[in-house]
Design a protein around this ligand. Sequence first.
Ligand code: ATP
Length: 520
Amino acid sequence: MAETDGSRASAALLEAVGLTKRFGALVANDHVSLAIRPGETHALLGENGAGKSTLVKMLCGLLQPDSGDLLHDGQPVVFPDPASSRAKGISVVFQHFALFDALTVVENVALGLPGYEPLPALAARIEACVHRYGLAVEPYRRVGELSVGERQRVEIVRCLLGEPRVLILDEPTSVLTPDESESLFRTVDLLTGEGRAVLFISHKLDEVRRLCHRATVLRGGKFIAEVDPAQESSASLARLMVGADVPRTPRLVTHELGEPRLLIRNLSIPGDGSRGSALHDITLEIRAGEIVGVAGVAGNGQTALFEALSGERPCADAEAVVIDKTPAGALDPTARRALGAGFVPEERLGHAAAPDMRLSDNVLLTTHGDGAIVRQGVVRRPVLFACFQEIVKRFDVRFGGKDPKARRLSGGNLQKFVIGREVLREPVLLVVDQPTWGVDAAAAAFIRTTLRAKAAEGCAVLVISQDLDELLEFTDRIAVMSEGRLTAPVPVAETSREAIGLAMGGAHGHDHGGEGTHAA
Ligand SMILES: Nc1ncnc2c1ncn2[C@@H]1O[C@H](COP(=O)(O)OP(=O)(O)OP(=O)(O)O)[C@@H](O)[C@H]1O
């Protein structure tokens, strides 16, 4: 973990000096400098849209700077493509993994390596790497069967086989359980102990303070400061990022609960034969005014649950999902929306938003059933545009230009847009998968506060999240999903991080307390 060590003042392995990158009129990086030294874990911090991904893309050859220099071991260098940066020992693990589900781990790793290497020899190298860095990866497992944490480890192994000198991790812990995060931190410490450097992008300031030796803070595309995070508080780091104090999610306010808005009764869905567990006998009630969290390691049926609720996977039993007193199990997403339900899927680009459609047209994706926006089959563009502007204003969605394509937005800003689009429809039921994935601290607090306000107005909210701290912070009851089963929800005040963590690991509700469990 982080320690103060004078030797870290050594020459940089990789240095950005005054990098500038423009997208049209928007200056995404404005004379940004960053020095990554051997043996250090270096955090890259900044609120959504601050320019972190743009900088990383220039460091790894995916984007070319308009001006400024890159230095490698003190020497000027140009990375015209990712292969040239990899050749200099710079490797990136992105948030979205590039793995083929149908192939095994070793086959996936082979695809990413230059030249041919017999699979048994490669598997032996993977085993050695896994052993050396404590990574728990089995070379002959099919990737489709792996959890997100395991997939991430496959990506890390793939990078490490190239003996990188700088490993860039883009929000690595946002999809990990607490135990998996701890294990990743141990791996990071081993890597830096060998003199390699890790560039660590995260919105979780507590872990940055524990893990990182140095942090570079960006704001609005500009370099703001390089600090020792151990000497800072989470509040002071957030202040550097935002330029003002960051509000916290208000404490839970108890209020009267109303009618059940969502009833799930003995919902079972057969597996589809590939990734994603089936659902086994899920039962849950959420009443107007409450927020129920579903915790669990990704890949335990959360996607199937989301799809069963949204109508993307309708079931034969109409009574298995009841929305606001109407049996909805057999209805499609549009019909469920017409009952007052809103859905925010995990994957913002490609599922929640169409990447190549303008943001205003993306509003239509979930509002086309709204008579004010589409009347007699005709889109009323002024009303649609006003709705789009309202989302942007209320949810502080920042971007360059007037109405860009969704793919032009930074991850966190697109997330704010997608949440805003659903919340402004005034739903009676909101089902949200990973509400704050990739969202900075201030925006995350805003999203949680908004969801709490919705609940206070009488909406029922179901939040699926791997972020336990988030669920403990703002939900009323928490259930745990494991192998397609859901434990009975327990009031937040009556459970603990440890009990939930245990249930997430597969100890279905044994230590979870509450009114019994539906788990086996
Ligand atoms: N290809 C592009 N075309 C136009 N604008 C872009 C493009 N890529 C990024 N931007 C803009 O550049 C700015 C910086 O985006 P970037 O993705 O670097 O931010 P970030 O700090 O990584 O944010 P987040 O934490 O949300 O991922 C944003 O305003 C974004 O909309």
